[in-house]
Unconditional design. Structure first.
Lengths: 333, 178
């Protein structure tokens, strides 16, 4: 009978809804460290190699980052597998894909590139995360202060950030599901210096790629509420960041894209009409590598795909919160 | 020839000689008896606990005289207890399977309430009207662009060409228990 009791208990626990944790306010000191992390990429030049690790998959990338009177420029080259070089000039990004002879252009709408992952400002961060100081540890030869972002509910993952004490750069970031590390970025080698040569920013494909196929992913950034769709009452802490219309390869028309964030995690909602001559979309939950989860549903002859580095509950809540606007606003190009 | 048998035992013969002696051993019973006797003496001198005696004849005689027993004998009391234990365990297993199946159906057909919290209030729970969800297979290529634009080309989370890693979540029930 003990077996039955334990099984019942496990099954009961497994259907419990999302719950909030009773955590104190984040200290000013810990939040101050995050301010340093957010500002550091605007104050320092650096060159290095970092590693992404998730689900026993490892990917190495090299990075060159320069801030000068031309603004912020960066080149990231993924060293493993298919070649991919991303060159960023402030918020304009070009991604060179040599194997397929393609250049994809994109506008940066949220900070995603390690170590530049924190937005500015982030006043509401304390509402979603309890930020606290951890120990001091060394990463790649640099003395770091560990800052822990503990989620206040189970709608988001935790973060552990190793902050270089001298420059404020995040040298290592771990995304945590409870105590389990689900993905990790870390510098294997880093050189923070004033004199990083801007020659290093050039892609070796910048000249030969003139004949390559050019794809502009964004057709238009829209004013608030310009799309026919909205995410009404998203989960606590999540706010809309941007609305866009996208050109996606293989799609006959533009796809609506609404992005939300809780200042740390981002969630994208893609909405597109269901085409009559194609098989009907397959709804359900999917999981990609690391922290990414995906939820597909259909509504009013449209397919709604919600993608984000958040738990399944959260992509479901956001996907289910999508609805049509009653009055359509004008579009700004 | 007896000397040759002794030398064979001590490993003193070359290959050709050894072959001849083995042939003779097979043919001549007296030599074979000597072979067994020498081994017995050797074991005794080495004070071996297991003496080289041929028990094959005794064993085959014993087998002939005893009936073959195919079912192991179990004491009657122990057998009853064993049956009772199996019966209880099978009932318990059936209950667990039925319960698990019922709860699984509940989850798929009538999803458990998930808390939705208002935008302005961090922890005010409201029950959502979530629609039923289904699990199906899906080709990963469909999500390439979504992940690519969502990740802003970011390393790790963006596309990896045709070999993109994407798997359907079948353990969403477990994931909900976090």
């Amino acid at each position: 009978m003990r077996v039955i009791q334990i099984t019942l208990l496990l099954l009961f626990v497994s259907v419990l809804p999302a719950t909030a944790k009773d955590l104190p306010d984040s200290s000013k000191e810990a939040l101050g460290w995050l301010k340093k992390v957010a500002e550091a990429p605007r104050n320092h030049n650096y060159q290095g190699t970092f590693i992404y690790y998730a689900d026993e998959h490892m990917e190495t990338s090299s990075v060159v980052h320069i801030v000068d009177d031309m603004g912020e420029r960066e080149k990231i080259e993924i060293m493993d597998g298919l070649q991919r070089i991303v060159v960023r000039n402030n918020d304009e990004m070009k991604c060179y894909l040599p194997e397929s002879k393609m250049v994809v252009t994109e506008r940066r709408w949220f900070r995603k590139f390690f170590p530049d992952i924190l937005p500015r400002p982030y006043d509401d961060l304390n509402g979603s995360y309890f930020v606290k100081k951890g120990k001091q540890e060394r990463v790649s030869g640099y003395d770091c202060q560990v800052i822990i972002l503990e989620p206040r509910d189970n709608l988001r993952y935790g973060q552990k950030i190793w902050v270089d004490i001298k420059t404020g750069l995040a040298l290592k970031i771990a995304v945590l599901d409870g105590d389990e590390v689900i993905e990790q970025f870390a510098f294997a080698q880093l050189n923070v210096a004033e004199d990083v040569s801007s020659e290093l920013l050039k892609s070796k494909y910048s000249e030969i790629s003139v004949d390559w196929k050019m794809i502009n992913l964004i057709s238009s950034i829209l004013e608030n509420g310009a799309l026919d769709w909205q995410v009404k009452n998203p989960p606590a802490g999540f706010k809309k960041v941007i609305e866009m219309k996208r050109h996606l390869t293989g799609k006959p028309g533009p796809v609506d894209h609404i992005a939300l964030s809780d200042d740390i995690a981002t969630v994208s909602v893609f909405i597109e009409p269901i085409l009559e001559d194609l098989p009907p979309p397959i709804t359900g939950f999917y999981s990609s590598r690391g922290a990414i989860n995906i939820y597909v549903l259909t509504l009013d002859d449209h397919k709604i795909t919600t993608v984000g580095e958040v738990p399944l509950e959260t992509v479901k809540l956001i996907g289910d919160a999508v609805s049509r606007r009653e009055v359509r606003a004008t579009t700004k190009h | 020839m007896k000397n040759k048998v002794s030398e064979l035992m001590d490993g003193e013969l070359v290959a050709e000689e050894a072959k001849d002696v083995v042939k003779q051993l097979k043919k001549r019973n007296d030599l074979y008896d000597d072979w067994e006797t020498y081994h017995l003496i050797g074991d005794s001198l080495r004070q071996s606990s297991r003496l080289s005696t041929d028990i094959s004849k005794q064993v085959s005689e014993q087998l002939k005289s005893e009936p073959a027993i195919l079912i192991p004998a179990v004491p009657a009391k122990e057998d009853e207890a064993h049956k009772r234990k199996n019966y209880v365990l099978s009932i318990a297993a059936s209950i667990v399977v039925v319960l698990a199946g019922w709860l699984g159906l509940q989850t798929l057909q009538e999803p458990s309430p998930i808390m939705v919290v208002e935008n302005t209030m961090p922890v005010t729970p409201v029950v959502s009207t979530a629609s039923p969800t289904h699990l199906h297979s899906l080709t990963p290529a469909e999500f390439n662009d979504y992940l690519f634009v969502h990740g802003e080309f970011s390393p790790g989370t963006a596309t990896r060409g045709p070999s993109i890693y994407l798997h359907q979540v079948t353990d969403h029930q477990d994931r909900y228990s976090r």
